[in-house]
Design a protein around this ligand. Structure first.
Ligand SMILES: Cc1cc2nc3c(=O)[nH]c(=O)nc-3n(C[C@H](O)[C@H](O)[C@H](O)COP(=O)(O)OP(=O)(O)OC[C@H]3O[C@@H](n4cnc5c(N)ncnc54)[C@H](O)[C@@H]3O)c2cc1C
Length: 448
């Protein structure tokens, strides 16, 4: 039987998770997979570089400037990590604190366990517990259902948590969420983005042990890519346009035009808008997915000790663009740290300006110096954290997406924006959708 030809756009975790399903031994005789990647490397927002900015591509000793913390549990991510044969270790060492917190340039204490704080403040407990338990009830029911669909999201997930929850709860959610860039800067301001743990959020991610990868998170994809046939991963080949009709899909890149049976959108929705053949109505609908412009500054610092140091003022406030939300110091014996900050969406700030902003924030908010501004490197993530605002969520965007787009026009979408933006969630979603659609595509071929 003729193999079904599938083009996957994007060699990040989402794209690879689909490729891994279509390549497994159940399907290897049925599908022929080509991955198109616009960049000169695999991994997408999993990006690991040496201090001079060179990509590590599977070598150890680098710094993660994109994804850094993984919580594999025993799910789909664990399977991928073992296929890639990378070396895992606990995210933190016992010799130094896992997290530290600063506010107005001074260290502050934050108990990650809410209850400890609540016990000290009985009035807050009484007010907060009712609201928290109502939310938790729905949240637990929802995450237990573990369905990779978009429907039946409980209404409690629609509430604007930042206005509903007491500040004490917000503070802790804020550093865990907004501190890692998960916020809608225009919508709720301080957005504990549990609001955006749309679709489902596997509570297993929260409970599982946090690990880091010796080869860096980019190393996972670099090592996995080595197991693919030559020419099946096309680096430096950005997809420029896709045209779909009832029996085929044409994919155009600077290198030429190729025909496929199906395509998989493994790029953020924002990129997909540039290459997909969409109607005006579809375009308007997909544009509701918002992304944050996030940046990482890799630089030398003096005075950071903890693995991760959070700037609580920035994490708790609205529109704290240009201030360092969190600093990650991967190795205890190296002064190099990754600093994470939001930039305005339309920002055209130069890298020198961004380094200047980060150095100022480090000094004012952390009382820490950037020791060598000239050697600092900036990494831009203009399509980070695909999410919807409250209005789109309340209007049932996910249900409409399922009806209008998923699996339609020979296209499977696995991009961020359809699920929480983490490596684990990307892989879980991509794997589950790929298993479902591989079966359907085979049935369709048998009927033809
Ligand atoms: C600073 C930062 C920190 C993070 N920290 C963590 C963390 O600690 N833990 C965690 O789990 N997650 C973290 N994440 C999130 C994680 O990196 C993402 O969820 C994950 O990479 C999403 O995978 P993806 O494949 O959907 O998208 P991406 O990783 O964005 O990959 C998409 C790929 O598509 C390619 N592409 C785009 N347009 C085209 C085109 N037209 N043609 C061909 N190719 C194209 C891109 O070049 C890219 O390689 C972090 C992200 C950032 C930016």
């Amino acid at each position: 039987m003729k193999k079904i030809k599938v083009a996957i756009i994007g060699a990040g975790p989402s794209g690879f998770s689909v490729a891994e399903v279509l390549r497994n031994k159940n399907y290897e005789d049925s599908f022929e997979v080509t991955i198109y990647e616009g960049n000169d490397r695999v991994g997408g927002k999993c990006c690991t570089v040496f201090a001079d900015g060179e990509i590590c591509n599977g070598q150890t000793g680098g710094y993660d400037v994109g994804a850094a913390i993984l919580t594999p549990g025993d799910g789909e991510l664990r399977t991928i990590l073992s296929k890639a044969n990378v070396t895992l270790s606990p995210f933190t060492e016992t010799a130094r604190p896992r997290s530290a917190f600063v506010s107005k340039g001074k260290p502050v204490t934050v108990h990650p366990i809410f209850l400890k704080q609540f016990l000290k403040h009985p009035l807050s407990i009484t007010r907060a517990l009712g609201e928290v338990s109502a939310y938790a009830k729905d949240y637990v029911r929802y995450s237990r259902s573990r369905h990779a669909g978009y429907t039946n999201r409980p209404s409690a997930l629609n509430v604007t948590l930042s206005t509903k929850y007491p500040k004490r709860v917000n503070r802790r959610l804020a550093y865990l969420m907004q501190g890692f860039g998960y916020a809608d800067l225009d919508d709720n301001g301080l957005t504990p983005p549990l609001l955006y743990y749309h679709q489902y959020y596997d509570a297993g991610f929260l409970n599982a042990q946090m690990v880091k990868v010796a080869e860096g998170t980019q190393g996972i994809w670099a090592k996995l890519a080595e197991t693919y046939p030559t020419d099946s991963i096309r680096l430096n080949e950005p997809v420029e346009s896709v045209s779909r009709d009832s029996d085929k899909v044409m994919v155009k890149t600077p290198q030429g035009l190729e025909e496929y049976d199906y395509i998989v959108v493994g790029t953020p929705i924002k990129s997909a808008l540039a290459y997909l053949d969409l109607t005006q109505e579809q375009r308007i609908f997909l544009r509701q997915v918002k992304h944050n412009h996030y940046a990482t500054v890799l630089c030398e610092t003096a005075g950071l000790n903890a693995n991760t140091t959070f700037n609580l003022d920035a994490c708790e406030d609205k529109k704290q663009v240009g201030r360092v939300m969190c600093a990650y110091k991967r190795y205890p014996d190296s002064d190099i740290a990754s600093l994470y900050l939001f930039l305005p969406d339309e920002s055209n700030a130069s890298d020198t300006d961004i380094v200047g902003m980060a150095a100022k924030s480090l000094k004012e908010d952390f009382s820490v110096n950037m020791t060598n501004e000239a050697s600092a490197k900036v990494f831009h993530w203009t399509d980070y954290f695909g999410h919807l605002d409250t209005e789109s969520l309340n209007n049932g965007w996910y249900d409409q997406f399922e009806k209008m787009f998923q699996g339609k026009n020979r296209t499977l979408f696995v991009s961020s924006g359809l699920h929480m933006e983490t490596v684990g969630a990307s892989i879980q979603f991509g794997t589950r959708e790929a298993k479902k659609y591989a079966k359907l595509w085979l049935q369709q071929q048998t009927k033809q």
